[in-house]
Design a protein around this ligand. Sequence first.
Ligand code: SAM
Ligand code: SF4
Length: 337
Amino acid sequence: MNAPLIDPFGRHVSYLRVSVTDRCDMRCVYCMAENMVFLPKPEVLTLEELERLCRAFIALGTRRIRVTGGEPLVRRGLDGFMRSLGDWLGRPAGQPGLDELTITTNGSQLARFAPMLRDAGVERVNVSLDTLDPARFRAVTRIGRLEQTLEGIEAARAEGLAVRINMVAMRDTSEDEIDSMVAWCGQVGADLCLIETMPMGDTGEDRLDRYLPLSVVRAGLERRWTLRETAHRTGGPARYVLVEETGQRIGFITPMTHTFCETCNRVRLSCTGTLFMCLGQDDAADLRRPLREGADQPALMAAIRQAIRRKPKGHDFVIGRREDTRGVARHMSATGG
Ligand code: SAM
Ligand code: SF4
C-alpha cells in the first residue's frame, strides 16, 4: 500500500470530487451566468483520461468518489466511466478500493439513468432542488422544468437509491417554501441539505442580494419544527439535525457563517484535469499536462502528492457589498460542486 495523502495540516485526503463536464442543461442563478460560455472540447479530458487520474487517486488511498459537474448526466459515455469506477467498490480490506461512489445531479436526466447508476454500484444520489414551485423552479434554473427533476427523483427511489436533496438557501426563499420542502422530504423519505451561497464566478447577479445565512433559516425552522441534534455525518461538511415530525434529517452546509475547513478531507478534480485543493482558493495543480505528455501511474501519483502538500488551511470567502465580496473567479460548475 502507498502512504496515505496527508496535507500540511494533518488532514487525511481520502475523498475526491470529479467534475466530468462544465456543461449543463440548466443555468441556476447562483451557479452560472445566463450566457455561459463552455470550454472548447480539446480542453476537456476524455472519460478515459479522467478514469486514469481517478485510478491514481485510488492508489493513493482515495476511498470515496463523487461524480459531479456541470451536469454529469449530460456527459456522453458516462455509463462506462461509472461502471469502471464501480469496479473499485467492495475490494478486500487493506487493498486500494472505494467505499462509496456517489453522484450530484440536477435530476433532469435521472429518470433515464437511475438504473445505470444502480448497476454501477451507486447507492446514494444528491439531487439539487431549490423549490417545489414550478414557476420559481424555472426562475432559479432559468431553463429547467420541475416536473422532469421530480420524475428523476421518483425513478431514483424506484431503483432503491437513497436520495438527498440539496437546496441552496436564497434571500427570496420564503419560510413557506422551506417548510414545504421539509414536509415533502419527509413524505418521500429524503434527507435535505441546506447550503449557503458561495461567491464563485460571475453569475450576473448580486451575491449580497441573494445571500441568506443559514443561522436565520435554522432559527425559523426551530420555531416551526422539533429539531434534535444528531451525530450523523456523511464524511462531508454538513451538520445534521433530525426533524422529529418527519423522521428525516436536515443538514446545514455553512461555509459562510461557520467555516468547515478544519475537517476537510477532499480535493476537486475539474474536467480539464485541474486539481483544486480548496473550493475557495485559486491555487491549483495541472494534472492534464503530465497526463497528456505520457506520464505513467507513478509519475501521476507523484504529481498528486506534490499538490496535496499545497492544500491550504481554508477558504477566504466573504459576502458583502460588491466591493467587499471576496470569492473566486471560477464558477462552481467548473470546479465541481
Ligand atoms: N448539476 C449538478 C447539480 O446541480 O446538482 C451538479 C453540479 S452543481 C455545481 C453541485 C452543487 O453545487 C449543487 O447542489 C448546487 O446547488 C451547488 N452550487 C452551485 N453554485 C453554488 C454556489 N455559488 N454556492 C453554493 N452552492 C452552489
Ligand atoms: Fe447546472 Fe448544477 Fe450549476 Fe444548476 S447548480 S447550473 S444544475 S451545474
